[in-house]
Structures are given as structure tokens and as C-alpha cells.
Design a protein around this ligand. Structure first.
Ligand code: NAI
Ligand code: MG
Length: 356
């Protein structure tokens, strides 16, 4: 088994270092290889996803990814921007199913932006389709000027698009995940306005008939945004498209206290996966040693469970994270009065120690 380690930019290098520490003490027999990606790869090779990095990713069983991006690259042509690396990896490896669990740890219930009773015990799973929708629609988004819809004015467009097979496979993933949890799927769409999401709704409904043991309901995305902050515990599994999932999963992240706590997995149909925290490269705190490494450490646990067939090791990591929170250790993003403020490396060391 081989793991590709792609730390990336900003806090990516700091948080991935802590996850690697944790993997090392588990003494599992994996080969690892590290490569540059994002802005770091652009600096060294002139491209955010060099051929060598893509090759390593393709031949690995799993990828542990940090984050990419920095405001200093905003002026680059879009294909050269760091964020294209993560889009390229998703597309090239066919990583269509993005799992984003949002779990509120009882120790952090007061770090949530919502009232304690609304989030206490929260455990929802957002499943975001990752390789279709408006982020990848053909024709590709571009500027058209000056002869578009509004003569003489500069314009831009992007294309929202889904095909039946793309919707079918993500629907199957959602229903199968729900079977192992609360047996409820909420499919989020905008079928009242968008034809793409009327197809989405029709296909999810059809696939749902194959899972009579799972309850299915449909919700428009605007209402889903409202319900997520009004009564988040009503949800079990939420399945939605690429763009709605991007936005709703960040909102769900905040319910749990900090985006620094939220892992993610992106899988293809061969169970090969890319594992990364749900957050970005956080340039505002990069290099300061204060980033929360727990989302990345929990992503490594998901990697052991989903792609490397090591569920016991995954559970050990999750237990160790729970233990350090119970000890009262907090990076600044989850700090509250009466707890102990620690930095990135101290938090990683504490998890290592809790692993025993
Ligand atoms: P961000 O997720 O990097 O940061 C949002 C806020 O959360 C910031 O205040 C940051 O300090 C905080 N934060 C994020 N992770 C944290 C952690 N582990 N511990 C403590 N605080 C944390 O999103 P933002 O600022 O919109 O984007 C920054 C860069 O990251 C951009 O270049 C963006 O394109 C990129 N990005 C990359 C992603 C990826 O690599 N998959 C995903 C999202 C954004
Ligand atoms: Mg996002």
C-alpha cells in the first residue's frame, strides 16, 4: 500500500506534518512519498499539478492532501492557479464522491456559533458530488466581450451540467451511506428554477426506490441553508451537487465549532481516495504555528478506514483526538475560557501521546 503525501501551501505543510507524525507512531506498513502541489509546485516547476505529482497520485492507494492557494497567486492565469491542482486531481482520478461529516464534539459544544441545544449531539454527513456541475460544465466558463447578451458590455458565463450516470452513482453512494447510519437521505436541489437540478431530483427519486429501507426527502438549497442553521439535527445524510455542497458543507462546518475540526474524503469507484481537511490554506495564519491540525489528523483516520482497510487504526486515532479535547487542549480556533491554548505541533504531539 502506498500513500502520496501532498502538503501544498500555507498551513498545508504545518498540518500535514502533524498527521504524518500520527501515522508514523501507528507503525503500519505503508510506503509514503511526498510531492509538491499547488503554489509550492508552481514555484518549483511552473505548474500547480506537475506530471510527476499526478503520476504519484495515480499510482497511490490514497492521497493525504493539505491545502493549496494563496492570495499572491490571484493574478495568475486560471489554469496556473494553485486551486487548479485540487480540481485536476479530482477530475483525473475520478474522485466524484466527497464525504464531509459534521460532528459536534461534546467538548466543543460551546465553540459552535449556534445555541448548545441545537448542536449538542450533532452528527450529519454531507455528500457532495465533486466532478460535475458548474465547476466543470462545458463550454468552460469564460469572459465574452463585448458582443454578448448585453451589447457592448463585458460578460462572463459558466455552464451548469449534470448527466444521469453522474447523478445515479452519487445517489447510490448516499443511500448506501445512509443505510449504515440514520437511514435518511435529504437530496438538496434547485429544481424549481434549474433544469439541471430537476434531472437531479428525478434521478435521485428513481434510485431511491431501490432503497426502500432509507427515507428520502427533497429540499431546495435555499431552504436547506436555512434548516442547517435552524435545526441541523433534523438531517442525517445530505446529498447534493458540487456547488451547493461546497457552500452547505462550509456552513455545516461552523455548526461544529471550527472548520479546523472537519475532515473529508473524496473517493472514486475503486475506493482510491484523497483525504484532506475541509478548510483551505488559511494564509492569514500560515507560518504562525497556530493552525488546528485535527481536521487533517481525522482525515488520515478516514483514509485508514476507507482506502487502506485499517478500521481499528482509524478508531484509535479518533479516540485519541477525543482524549486530547477532553484534556482541555485547544488551538486558538476552538479556544474558550478555562481550556489550555496550544499550537499546531503541541496538538499533534498530544494526539501522538494519547495514542499510547
Ligand atoms: P480557509 O479555509 O483557508 O480559511 C477560512 C478561515 O478559517 C480563515 O480565517 C482561517 O484562518 C480559518 N482556518 C482555516 N483552517 C484552519 C485551521 N486548520 N485552524 C484554524 N483556523 C483555520 O479559506 P479562505 O481564506 O477562503 O481561502 C484561503 C485560500 O485557500 C484560498 O487561496 C482558497 O482558494 C484556498 N482554498 C483551498 C482549498 C483546498 O485546498 N482544498 C479549499 C478552500 C480554499
Ligand atoms: Mg469550499
Amino acid at each position: 500500500m502506498k500513500i502520496a503525501i501532498l502538503p501544498g501551501d500555507g498551513i498545508g505543510t504545518e498540518i500535514v506534518a502533524e498527521a504524518v507524525k500520527v501515522l508514523q507512531v501507528l507503525d503500519l506498513k505503508f510506503e509514503t512519498e511526498t510531492a509538491l502541489v499547488g503554489g509550492a509546485a508552481y514555484e518549483a516547476h511552473g505548474h500547480p499539478l506537475p506530471e510527476s505529482t499526478l503520476k504519484l497520485a495515480k499510482e497511490s492507494d490514497a492521497i493525504l492532501f493539505g491545502a493549496v492557494g494563496d492570495w499572491k497567486y490571484d493574478k495568475l492565469d486560471r489554469p496556473l492557479r494553485p486551486e487548479q491542482a485540487i480540481l485536476g486531481l479530482r477530475k483525473n482520478l475520478g474522485l466524484f464522491a466527497n464525504f464531509r461529516p459534521a460532528i459536534c464534539y461534546p467538548q466543543l459544544v460551546d465553540a459552535s456559533s449556534l445555541k448548545r441545544e441545537l448542536v449538542s449531539g450533532l452528527d450529519i454527513l454531507i455528500i457532495r458530488e465533486l466532478t460535475g456541475d458548474i465547476y466543470f460544465g462545458q463550454p468552460r466558463g469564460r469572459r465574452v466581450s463585448p458582443d454578448g447578451h448585453f451589447p457592448g458590455a463585458e460578460e462572463a458565463f459558466d455552464t451548469m451540467r449534470y448527466s444521469r450516470p453522474e447523478i445515479e452513482r452519487i445517489a447510490h453512494v448516499a443511500f448506501q451511506a445512509a443505510r449504515k447510519r440514520g437511514k435518511r437521505v435529504t437530496s438538496v436541489d434547485k429544481a424549481n428554477v434549474l433544469e439541471t437540478f430537476q434531472l437531479w431530483k428525478d434521478v435521485v427519486t428513481e434510485i431511491g426506490t431501490q432503497y426502500p429501507d432509507v427515507a428520502l426527502d427533497h429540499m431546495y438549497v435555499d431552504n436547506a441553508a436555512m434548516q442547517l442553521v435552524k435545526a441541523p439535527k433534523k438531517f442525517d445524510v445530505v446529498v447534493t451537487g458540487n456547488m451547493f455542497g461546497d457552500i452547505l458543507s462550509d456552513a455545516a462546518a461552523m455548526l461544529t465549532g471550527s472548520i479546523g475540526m472537519l475532515p473529508s474524503a473524496s473517493l472514486n469507484d475503486k475506493n482510491q481516495g484523497l483525504y484532506e481537511p475541509s478548510h483551505g490554506s488559511a494564509p492569514d495564519i500560515a507560518g504562525k504555528g497556530v493552525a488546528n491540525p485535527l481536521a487533517t489528523i481525522l482525515s488520515a483516520a478516514m483514509m485508514l478506514r476507507f482506502s487502506l482497510n485499517q478500521p481499528e487504526a482509524a478508531a484509535r486515532i479518533e479516540k485519541a483526538v477525543d482524549a486530547v479535547l477532553t484534556q482541555g487542549l485547544r488551538t486558538p480556533d476552538i479556544y474558550s475560557e478555562g481550556t489550555t491554548k496550544v499550537g499546531t505541533a503541541q496538538m499533534g504531539d498530544a494526539v501522538v501521546k494519547a495514542l499510547g
